[in-house]
Write a protein that binds this ligand. Structure first.
Ligand SMILES: Cc1cc2nc3c(=O)[nH]c(=O)nc-3n(C[C@H](O)[C@H](O)[C@H](O)COP(=O)(O)OP(=O)(O)OC[C@H]3O[C@@H](n4cnc5c(N)ncnc54)[C@H](O)[C@@H]3O)c2cc1C
Length: 466
């Protein structure tokens, strides 16, 4: 059969992170030309920085039967589940039920290695996938998708170009206005998929508006304005904007301890067995959700006011180091972690680590409730035992809120009427994670809802949907 002719209509995708790349991949695969508009000088957004992995269950890399992904996500979404319950359940079931396909698409169709599976906070089972080699998962996934898109003559990426307005004719979205690299304002016509990320870096704008209490917290996100207001201007409903994830472990760089921009200490370090000490003492189950671990840290007064910082040590033994070597070697290279001995830790640490080893050996039960110790291998710690350690503090990391979508990734107005010609996917949207996102579920939402948005846009372009 001859290949289908390319569509006459060009779809516009805003943002070149994983949600935008996933949407564009579906459009290109189905012969719809794509213009991908990206504000940054380089593509990839926050997605390229993702270091722990992407969730999926059940997949061929899991050796246990995992049937708890949906219920873990509902539990993590917490109090937000009390309202719009059905709508949220539908988004969460789309997310979790499509996770197997999402991993298969990346592995089988795109050839990305996701063979290593770890457990992260709030998960009942290990289900966060990354590659077995040195390449971090965010980079591996985004660079592969981008490379494959660039092979198509139907794909055009335009960087250093900021979308400033969504255009409408009547109730239908007809395109966008953007400021190009030369500073001129231009219009581009076509159906639009917004994949422009969260507002975690918008400290003076949306964060100050919705979460003034987080003023002064450092962040893992570059300072940039959020794009949700552009969508609200065409009637999109914003939900859960007050739900901002503070990640418990951003590295405090000893060479610039008061920098407001922090490098993330990947959650997999705790998932694979690492522990947290405050002044030499363990204080919580490190595998609780990010929200709960953060609350346990911030229950004490900060050790620094500007930025607001706490002094917590992340400690790994040799076994955890071996399991997370590619991460830790990089952190040691960057000066964020050090290889030391237990005698270099605050007094009391040896006793705490000895107790933890008893939990690992099953001789005692952890009073904080930790039951999974993964790769921790130290048995009889002494002052000379080698550990890897870095200072960490809570950081503004991810925004759960954003534009409301349905399970077809259509942008919704108040009353759940859809905005015609407009879809959204990824961190720009709200509702999928409720009050708290599970680690690894953001990359997953980008792939699942990005692909759905792409498919829906194809049907719209082909006139199968209005
Ligand atoms: C350090 C770090 C580590 C992380 N690790 C993980 C992990 O291991 N697993 C996981 O699931 N999640 C992780 N996350 C979260 C996850 O990476 C992000 O939430 C997710 O990648 C968001 O993808 P996205 O495509 O929605 O947005 P992004 O990847 O942020 O991409 C959005 C893009 O849109 C562009 N843009 C914004 N506004 C405009 C505009 N007006 N015009 C044009 N372009 C615009 C931005 O420049 C950006 O490139 C991590 C986040 C960080 C910061």
């Amino acid at each position: 059969m001859p290949p289908a002719a390319a569509s006459q209509t060009t779809a516009i995708v805003v943002g070149s992170g994983l949600a935008g790349l996933s949407a564009a991949s579906q459009l290109i695969a189905r012969n719809v030309p794509v213009r991908l508009l990206e504000r940054g000088a380089k593509p990839g957004g926050n997605s390229i920085k993702a270091s722990s992995g992407i969730n999926g269950a059940p997949t061929k890399y899991q050796s246990i039967l995992d049937d708890a992904f949906f219920s873990d996500t509902i539990k993590s979404a917490g109090k937000a589940m009390l309202f719009s319950t059905q709508h949220r359940e539908s988004l969460i079931s789309t997310l979790t039920n499509s996770s197997k396909d999402a991993i298969e698409w990346l592995v089988q169709e795109k050839g990305i290695d996701l063979s290593k599976v770890s457990i992260m906070g709030g998960h009942t089972f290990p289900r966060t996938h990354r590659g077995a080699g040195q390449t971090p998962p965010g980079f591996a996934i985004t660079s592969t998708l981008l490379k494959s898109l660039k092979e198509s003559p139907l794909f055009r990426l335009q960087t250093s170009c900021t979308v400033t307005k969504v255009l409408q004719s009547g109730h239908r979205v007809t395109g966008v206005e953007y400021i190009g690299e030369d500073g001129s304002s231009q219009e581009l016509l076509g159906p639009v998929i917004f994949a422009s990320g969260g507002f975690g870096g918008d400290a003076e704008g949306l964060l100050a508006q919705y979460r003034p209490d987080l003023k002064g917290y450092p962040s893992t996100n570059d300072p940039r304005p959020g794009t949700q207001p552009l969508l609200a201007a065409v009637g999109a409903q914003l939900i859960d904007m007050e739900h901002v994830q503070v990640h418990p472990t951003g590295f405090v760089d000893p060479t610039s301890p008061s920098s407001p921009l922090k490098f993330l200490a990947a959650e997999v370090l705790r998932g694979d067995g690492g522990i947290l000490l405050s002044k030499g003492r363990r204080f919580f189950n490190e595998l609780e959700t990010r929200e709960e671990v953060t609350n346990a840290i911030t229950a004490n007064p900060p050790d620094l006011e500007s930025p607001k910082q706490w002094s917590v040590q992340l400690v790994l033994d040799q076994g955890v180091y071996e399991a997370t070597k590619s991460h830790v070697d990089f952190y040691v290279f960057k000066g964020l972690m050090k290889k030391v001995t237990i005698s270099d830790l605050p007094s009391g640490a040896l006793g705490e680590i000895s107790r933890y080893c008893k939990f690992v050996r099953g001789e005692e039960t952890d009073s904080f409730g930790r039951t999974q110790f993964a790769h921790w291998s130290l048995k009889e710690p002494t002052p000379d035992s080698v550990v890897y350690v870095g200072f960490v503090t809570p950081v503004v990391h991810f925004t759960m809120g954003g534009v409301a979508i349905n399970d077809q990734a259509e942008v919704l107005k108040k009353g759940d009427e859809r905005v015609e010609g407009l879809w959204a996917a990824g961190e720009v949207t709200g509702g999928v994670h409720g009050a708290n996102r599970l680690g690894g579920s953001s990359l997953l939402e980008c792939v699942v809802f990005g692909r759905i948005a792409g498919d829906q846009c194809v049907e719209y372009v082909n006139g199968q949907k209005n």
